[in-house]
Design a protein around this ligand. Sequence first.
Ligand SMILES: NC(=O)c1ccc[n+]([C@@H]2O[C@H](COP(=O)([O-])OP(=O)(O)OC[C@H]3O[C@@H](n4cnc5c(N)ncnc54)[C@H](OP(=O)(O)O)[C@@H]3O)[C@@H](O)[C@H]2O)c1
Length: 414
Amino acid sequence: MEKKFDVVLWGATGFTGQLVAEYLAKHADTAVKWAIAGRSQQKLETVQRKLATINASLSDLPILVGDSHDKASLEAIVSQTKVLCTTVGPYAKYGDLLVEICVEQGINYCDLTGEVPWIRKNVETLHDKAQETGARIVHCCAFDSIPSDLGNLMVQEHALAEYGRPCDTVKFAMYSASGGISGGTIASLLEIVKEAGKDKEFRKMLANPYNLVPGKKPDWSQTDQTRGRYDEDFGFWTGPFMMAGINTRIVRRSNHLLGNPWGKDFKYSETMRIPGGVTGRIGAHAFSTGFGLFQILAAIGPTRRVLETAVLPKPGEGPSEEKRESGYFKTKLLGFIPAQGSEPQIKVEGVVVGQKDPGYGETAKMLGESALCLALDEQTSGGGILTPASAMGMTLVHRLRNAGMTFMVESGPA
Ligand SMILES: NC(=O)c1ccc[n+]([C@@H]2O[C@H](COP(=O)([O-])OP(=O)(O)OC[C@H]3O[C@@H](n4cnc5c(N)ncnc54)[C@H](OP(=O)(O)O)[C@@H]3O)[C@@H](O)[C@H]2O)c1
């Protein structure tokens, strides 16, 4: 059915929402029909005026008003668009009704949540219904988990095209990065740590490497790295990567949703490079200890309140424009195609690079392009609670390359 809008951006007044709105104002084709939406007409008008300074034709950009907890207002907004793109989080707090309505109406949806328990709940309760209605619900269209999910897809597509066989193991390393964090992200992170501090079953679910593949027996050899160690394959010291607990689950769900093209026993892990030789060793251990300590402090009521009120950014706050523009990230992927008969083992090396700060500058690009991809590009997947790789695949990689991100891959005997 013809819709009034290609994309509605829900949460356009928030810190990240405004960046996504600016991204669309600068980069969406003039033929794209889009609107900004949120809970405050006044705040949305301020955003609209700002967007008009980027692109004068946006002075009458449509504004839609609703509330995350008001069903009728959300139904009216969702019914007008092909794609609902949302930056309203924490998603476990504000996202339930919206995602349910998109599923009900068969509307495509993308977000930048990294809240695994919430995604798991949606997988369990909404996946079947979304398959029926054709709603393509795509979580994690941001720094978590696009470089991981599409980086792995790129490596595997290369392996299959060049050698006819997938990599049975892919390792991802956050090689270097510079950027900041926003109040909304802190709020989302603290909600999960708080819950994990109280509930043993919840901690067990978080630790399960297959928590987004219901029914799959946990493979505990694939648990996330918690200590510093030297990685022989990468050739550097490493520590735990904060987002591994999200990204690895999304990559494993992609394999599941695509029908296990990388094998039922495919192994995927994430780590973070700690620079330096001898100092790298010390740094890797110190970082791992600090990482564990932060989780403990955030789980305990009084110290969590100090973090929330005195140390960390509040909702609506985030890194300055200067910090976002000077930020960057570089990730490396190593895939291994096992030796077979006379064929040697093959090493596939991938790189994903972003030119702005990962969580905001490049995240606005990744989410904005995901929304445009879902609205405008030919769709190959059906409905469901999907991942970027299973929903948009290499089409989104091409879009992100055109938007300035690097996705590179090469291979040879290991
Ligand atoms: N995955 C990633 O890489 C990544 C990166 C960045 C952010 N994020 C996630 O994105 C989310 C937003 O972060 P942020 O820093 O942009 O947050 P934020 O600045 O606090 O923005 C939150 C937005 O939600 C809106 N909102 C709050 N309650 C609402 C309600 N009842 N109805 C409708 N709208 C409501 C706010 O509207 P008002 O302006 O009217 O208050 C605002 O637009 C978080 O979940 C964060 O974790 C993820």
